[in-house]
Design a protein around this ligand. Structure first.
Ligand code: ZN
Ligand code: ZN
Length: 333
């Protein structure tokens, strides 16, 4: 449905688009008659009775279409079989990733929505860091972040907020628990606001109290890996090469085996809006793409550090869209 939303603007739960060179049809049911007309003014709204395949078949014949592309990755086998039967001589051509490819490059309106989602995310970050104290549980912290974002115009969380403290911060995608946060340990906070469908995504790793040398060392390495990778982001750069910059730096410091996940993902209508920066990614960056850059080092039994920022590829290089400070452990009190 996100591809339908991207193409048509329609945000309801059921619609099928039928697009030709000069016709744009949106098939939906009566629940959405008014909403579809409002949200998709450039589409002819066609109401479906009970079986959209029947309605589609009628229009396919009226429009004399002989070959139809369909999104093979989101069409159930059952639907495909019914279409095949209903359409007779009309050829059904599977397509893959067509709309997803368009979605990778954000137009100015989408960039504005992303900036707003990220602005709310940044505000939530400064709010939570301001009130974080020993004794709060991970769940308390996550709840506070989520509430703040919703009170400040977010539609919802872009994904389940991650709060992972102490040894649990060694799990990149930990769920918040009743564990109380303490001084002298890392706390990984990873969250994002959704605004008009578009998602922010930030990670900060915080330490209350006094860090030891190891905390400072690991934090410095992750930050340096991120800085080097971001510096290389520009149109024409290959995603896999950017990933390799951060990966090589972390490996050279002796922690290669503790950075397992990809360096970054696209951001847009989904929090994982396309693969951008990962091992062997052949994606060539273009102006308008938005990617996260989020290296991490996770030491089992000890803890982990991840730092994540959102970066727009611009004509001449890049712009970092997240503005939250780092809260580096060596500058804390
Ligand atoms: Zn994140
Ligand atoms: Zn992310």
């Amino acid at each position: 449905m996100l591809n339908v939303r991207y193409i048509s603007g329609f945000t309801g739960s059921f619609a099928v688009l039928l697009l030709t060179a000069d016709q744009s049809l949106l098939l939906t049911d009566s629940r959405y008659q008014v909403q579809a007309a409002e949200e998709s003014p450039h589409f002819k709204i066609v109401l479906v009775d009970s079986d959209w395949i029947k309605t589609a078949e009628e229009y396919i014949h009226i429009l004399r279409l002989s070959r139809i592309g369909f999104e093979s990755e989101s069409t159930y086998h059952n639907t495909w079989s019914k279409l095949l039967e209903a359409l007779g001589d009309t050829e059904l051509a599977p397509t893959s990733g067509l709309v997803e490819k368009l979605r990778m490059v954000k137009d100015p309106g989408e960039q504005a929505a992303l900036r707003e989602a990220i602005r709310i995310t940044d505000e939530a970050c400064s709010h939570i860091v301001g009130i974080l104290k020993p004794g709060m549980t991970e769940i308390d912290v996550a709840f506070e972040i989520d509430c703040f974002m919703k009170k400040h115009d977010a539609e919802k969380e872009a994904f389940d907020t991650i709060v992972a403290s102490g040894p649990r911060s060694a799990m990149p995608h930990a769920k918040p628990t009743k564990r109380q946060i303490q001084e002298g340990e890392f706390i990984v906070l990873d969250f994002g606001a959704q605004w008009h469908g578009y998602t922010g995504d930030i990670t900060r790793t915080i330490l209350l109290g006094t860090p030891d040398e190891k905390h400072q060392e690991i934090f410095r390495i992750v930050h340096e890996a991120q800085t080097q990778a971001i510096a290389a982001i520009r149109p024409g750069a290959r995603g896999g090469d950017i990933d390799a910059i951060a990966r090589k730096y972390i490996a050279d410091q002796g922690y290669g085996e503790y950075f397992g996940h990809g360096l970054g993902h696209g951001l847009g209508l989904e929090v994982h809006d396309g693969k951008t920066l990962s091992k062997n990614s052949d994606i060539i960056l273009q102006a308008g793409m938005v990617t996260t850059v989020e290296p991490g080092i996770y030491l089992p039994g000890w803890g982990g550090v991840r730092i994540e920022d959102d970066v727009l590829v611009t004509k001449n290089g890049h712009e970092i869209l997240t503005h939250s400070p780092l809260f580096a452990p060596d500058s804390s009190d």
